[in-house]
Design a protein. Structure first.
Lengths: 105, 170
């Protein structure tokens, strides 16, 4: 069986790639895709810790259920985020986050 | 790590996940970026199979590859302004150095037991099945309250997305 730290190392690499995409990309859709990568890295961590934890006699489902809820929140986040991006694009003809500063004081 | 089906699968899914992720953050064409995102999410679904969570792998493929990636594809097609964006990146060097430093810190944290003992290399034989998950989701001592809250959240997100993206001039 693959040891736990290898899953965690892959999740760390995936999270770092997502951080790089969020910080460096200019297109808002690309930034949202990078956020999805980071959420997936967290999911790998949650499932790996759940699988490798000693349960004893009673069943522990915390990691499993938490991952399912992260999936649900990610779906909601993608729907609302893409709706905001499309609205900003319709008003400003731009998908660059720095150009959407109508709310800036 | 001995050579068996699980370790070979781990290597293959690692190539899928990290290769797809690098494709997402480096590709110029966002439509290709969506394809790379699907490859990466497929690799993550493979990890869920290796970690004996087949339900999560199925949900990952249905929700992420089936719904979110298609949604992102629609958003890419609806916001075509690739000609206006001259450069792909801003703050390229600081972002790269920062994320590389973050990766090294995380790698140190997961390989060197600074904050506690190592996790056991052996894993429990018995693992909760999808049937246990379904029972726990509707158990009043389990997760029934977050389950109901998740349905409320999904409804609110759906109404909000329709309301935000509505064309007010039409």
């Amino acid at each position: 069986m693959v040891p736990l730290w290898m899953f965690l190392a892959v999740a760390a690499a995936l999270f770092s790639i997502g951080v790089f995409g969020v910080l460096a990309r200019r297109n808002a859709v690309a930034i949202l895709m990078s956020v999805e990568l980071m959420l997936n890295a967290v999911n790998i961590n949650l499932v790996a810790f759940w699988r490798y934890s000693e349960t004893g006699t009673d069943l522990l489902l915390n990691g499993y259920v938490f991952t399912a809820f992260v999936l649900i929140v990610a779906a909601a986040e993608a729907a609302v985020g893409l709706a905001i991006i499309i609205t900003v694009y319709r008003n400003r003809r731009s998908v660059i986050p720095e150009e959407a500063r109508a709310l800036k004081g | 790590m001995e050579l068996n089906a699980i370790s070979i699968g781990f290597v293959v899914f690692t190539i899928f996940t990290l290769g797809g992720a690098i494709g997402v953050v480096t590709t110029r064409n966002l439509f290709q970026g969506t394809i790379w995102l699907m490859v990466s999410l497929f690799g993550v679904a493979g990890y869920f199979i290796l970690l004996s969570a087949p339900f999560l792998a199925a949900v990952q493929i249905l929700v992420y590859i089936g719904a979110i990636a298609i949604l992102i594809t629609f958003a890419v097609m609806l916001t075509r302004s690739i000609a206006r964006i001259k450069e792909r990146y801003i703050r390229l060097l600081p972002s790269f150095i920062g994320s590389l430093a973050l990766f090294l810190i995380l790698l140190l944290g997961v390989t060197v037991p600074i904050f506690g003992a190592h996790a056991p290399d052996s894993i429990p034989d018995y693992v909760a099945s999808t049937r246990d998950l379904g029972a726990a989701l509707v158990d009043e001592n389990g997760y029934v309250v977050p389950f109901l809250l998740a349905s409320v959240l999904l409804t609110a997100a759906m109404i909000g997305a329709i309301f935000i993206a509505r064309d007010e001039t039409a």
